[in-house]
Design a protein around this ligand. Structure first.
Ligand code: 3MF
Ligand code: MG
Length: 345
């Protein structure tokens, strides 16, 4: 079977320097140019950008300079045979967004965040993409009393509407996550994200990007989160990875903690014929801190391989036996059918 029907992407932050909150970098940093050469070698065609991945020091640059540098980046991508999947405003690295961006208590900060998101739309077009991703990193609180949550939901809708007004074609993918860096986030699930979408002036252009680890952190099954968005035709992208229970956001290799959960994510994408939609399979995975620099991209290769192996597993699953067991309500036998298949028995 060919892997050509799915298109794979990742972001430059997925080739990481191995730091965690308790220690320094353990691998030398790799230049963006060097990272780009790895994409094709590893079977990836799509690059996911933060606005400042494409244009470093973006906050110190004028709009026209940001556009010029984005056009240069598009040429670099063209030369490498790569495509930009999206751009995402990286609010959370900016001191301005210390108390949130769209939901900051300071109205001037909220306005600057909206302006940055609008610029991000312009940049996405220059890069050859029609989508921005909004991970609402600091749109939440450490303590409930710090903000008025009702006002915050209104502010999120206002921001989405302002972006939609600014750009008549852009698609916005909200990437839900329940916590980290905040204690509680205002868009912890795809249900929240799509409810906000329905309050905007053009819900057809506001969808979701489901990250496996984020769903697990919220206590949900990632495949069900994907299904919710798919049922509304609003799964704009995915960030496949894995997560070993309720901890910090681990971004483990896809299937590395729970192979069956990974199988179910692939199964739901296959059921929806996701590949045929042309949407990307993004892998938001990080190398383990212990990996030496020479082998610090195995997490991407492995995740890609696991995904393709699971596509094969889904496509070769005995659906006749499955249908019989469902009709007979014999779910113990159905479970064993799945596990035997995954174990190759
Ligand atoms: C955080 C994330 C983010 C987003 C990225 C694109 C840094 O948990 O998953 O990765 O995926 O900002 O929106
Ligand atoms: Mg992500």
């Amino acid at each position: 079977m060919s892997s050509n029907d799915y298109r794979f992407s990742f972001g430059p932050w997925n080739i990481s320097e191995g730091a965690d909150p308790f220690g320094p970098n353990v691998r030398p940093s790799i230049s963006f140019a060097d990272k780009l050469t790895r994409y094709k070698e590893m079977g990836f065609d799509g690059v996911q950008f933060h606005d400042d991945d494409a244009v470093p020091d973006i906050l110190s640059k004028s709009h026209s300079q940001v556009m010029a540098e984005s056009r240069e980046m598009k040429k670099v991508l063209d030369d490498a045979g790569l495509v930009a999947e999206f751009s995402a405003p990286r609010f959370w690295e900016d001191n301005d967004g210390i108390d949130g961006s769209f939901t900051a208590n300071d109205p001037a900060v909220r306005q600057r965040a909206i302006d940055r998101a609008k610029q991000c739309c312009d940049q996405a077009h220059e890069l050859g993409s029609n989508m921005i991703v909004l991970w609402f990193a600091r749109e939440g609180t450490y303590i409930r009393e710090a903000k008025n949550a009702i006002a915050a939901y209104d502010q999120l809708v206002e921001a989405l509407d302002a972006i939609l007004d600014h750009d008549p074609t852009i698609e916005i993918a909200i990437e839900p996550k329940p916590n980290e860096p905040m204690d509680h986030n205002y868009a912890p699930s795809i249900g929240h994200a799509l409810a906000l979408s329905h309050r905007t002036k053009d819900p057809s252009r506001v969808g979701g990007l489901i990250e496996s680890a984020h769903a697990i952190l919220a206590g949900f099954d990632p495949s069900d989160e994907m299904a919710f968005a798919l049922a509304e035709n609003k799964l704009f992208s995915v960030h496949l990875n894995d997560q070993n229970g309720l901890k910090y956001d681990q971004d483990k290799s896809f299937g590395g903690a729970n192979l069956r959960m990974a199988f179910n994510q692939v199964r739901i994408l296959e059921k929806a014929n996701y590949a045929a939609t042309g949407r990307w399979v993004g892998l938001d995975v990080k190398a383990m801190r212990t990996q030496k620099a020479e082998v610090a991209d195995l997490h991407l290769l492995n995740s890609h391989k696991i995904f393709m192996n699971l596509v094969e597993k889904v496509r070769t699953f005995d659906t006749e036996a499955e249908a019989k067991l469902i009709a007979d309500r014999n779910y113990e036998a159905l479970e064993m059918l799945v596990l035997d298949h995954l174990m190759g028995c």
